[in-house]
Design a protein around this ligand. Structure first.
Ligand code: FAD
Length: 394
């Protein structure tokens, strides 16, 4: 039989490529396998084609996980600056957009090319285009059957991501392999995903395409970013962010006037008693939204005709407008999967399964999920680097 590899990495996405090149650079014989015809397909479509490849404000509290401490070690040892150094070494031009989000000036293709070049220079073998049929462990080796051929390695790294956007070849394969080896999986759910609203909110569906800056609240969590009305419900960065925290059958609350001072409607009335409510609202909000909100509040007509009490109640409602999503657009539209391989099964330093020596899990398939804005790629780089480094030390 052929000489076994030091490591087989399953999944040539962000995490898998980073792990493979890190281990390869340290002299390991690494085989990288993907069932797709090309590596890094999610990278290519990410960040609107420009890849939001990291976030300068990366910190463990911007990640969701059953164990909020788990991501600290890897994130602490491979930082946004480390990835930026790599980007600059390859001469890739980049810019900061908002909120610490870094994008390529050119195209996400440059990130995939960088990773592929680093893999090639590190001697990584890449096999594309066939699914893995079976995985087994015997004689101290992991055996992977692919296209009728048995491939063996001392270590196996699960980097096949989660089931978000199945039409890009995303699968729950990593969970199946984890369960095969007796590892528990935290129920995967769509995250960074648009909400759907029921028929009772039909008025808002007429606003499809309207966007405005809001502060959205769910329990104690809040985000201040743009919200977008869609024909199905609510999207935009604010809604995607809060969707990762949201639980079914609970309301979210939207502050449509996050900068307004207390008493602003009453004050407006004193200054402009002849002003129409919807005009006043339209000074800070898109006109169509202002109209729908005024209609929902039952406040038509001039400010001067409305009591202060009703105006104060309207203010309170505008600051905490309740929406009860009836669901989300699901994995088909989710940017990431929350949940995944339970962190308690893994070493936070090496990403190795503590009960299955030689088996590692990295990237999105692990129960660590970042905010919108480059945090998920930073987790992929950091966890991939940690495992690649650990493979070389093992
Ligand atoms: P992936 O990158 O998904 O890689 C997994 C690989 O495994 C894939 O190549 C897949 O083909 C392969 N695979 C799956 N199943 C199998 C199988 N059974 N056998 C063999 N191979 C398999 N994050 C950011 O930080 N910034 C962004 O700008 C951003 N934009 C995004 C835009 C969109 C539309 C989407 C969907 C996601 C975006 N994300 C972004 C999230 C980010 O893409 C993921 O978090 C990240 O790609 C996860 O990396 P990964 O390596 O764990 O998994």
């Amino acid at each position: 039989a052929a000489q076994p590899y030091d490591a087989i990495v399953l999944g040539a996405g962000a995490a898998g490529m980073m792990c493979a090149l890190t281990a390869g650079q340290r002299g390991l014989r690494v085989l990288l396998i993907d069932h797709g015809d090309a590596p890094g397909r999610k990278i290519l479509i990410s960040g609107g084609g420009r890849c939001n490849f990291t976030n300068l404000h990366t910190a463990p509290d911007r990640y969701l996980s059953a164990n909020p401490h788990f991501a600290k070690s890897a994130l602490g040892r491979y930082s946004p600056q480390d990835f930026l150094t790599l980007i600059e070494r390859h001469g890739i031009a980049w810019h900061e957009k908002t909120l610490g989000q870094l994008f390529c000036d050119g195209s996400a293709r440059q990130i995939v090319d960088l990773l592929m070049q680093e893999c090639a220079e590190a001697g990584v073998t890449l096999l594309l285009g066939h699914p893995v049929a079976a995985i087994a462990q015997r004689d101290g080796l992991f055996h992977v059957t692919r296209n009728g051929i048995d491939l063996a390695a001392r270590a196996l790294v699960l980097a096949t991501g989660g089931p978000a956007i199945p039409k890009l070849g995303a699968t729950g394969f990593a969970y199946d392999v984890a369960r095969q080896f007796g590892l528990s999986v935290v129920q995967p759910r769509p995250a960074l995903v648009p909400f759907t609203l029921g028929a009772e909110e039909a008025l808002f569906q007429s606003l499809s395409g309207v966007a405005t800056e809001v502060e959205v609240h769910w329990q104690k969590t809040r985000f201040r970013e743009a919200a977008l009305f869609t024909h199905k419900g609510l999207s935009g960065p604010a809604m995607l962010q809060i969707s990762s925290y949201w639980q079914h059958r609970t309301p979210i609350a939207v502050d449509f006037a996050p900068d307004a001072a207390p008493g602003w409607l009453v004050e407006h009335k004193q200054r402009q008693p002849r002003g129409a409510v919807r005009r006043v609202l339209a000074s800070g909000l898109p006109a169509r939204l202002a109209e729908v909100l005024a209609e929902r509040l039952g406040l038509d007509g001039e400010l001067g005709t409305i009591t202060d009490k009703r105006l104060r109640a309207a203010e309170a409602q505008l600051a905490r407008w309740p929406f009860q999503p009836n669901g989300t657009e699901g994995f088909a539209k989710a940017e990431v999967t929350a949940g995944g391989i339970a962190t308690r099964e893994l070493s936070s330093r090496t990403m190795m399964a503590t009960r299955v020596p030689g088996l590692y899990a990295i990237g999105e398939c692990v129960d660590v999920t970042g905010w919108l804005g480059g945090y998920n790629f930073q987790w992929a780089w950091a966890s991939g680097w940690a495992a690649g480094q650990a493979l070389a030390e093992a």
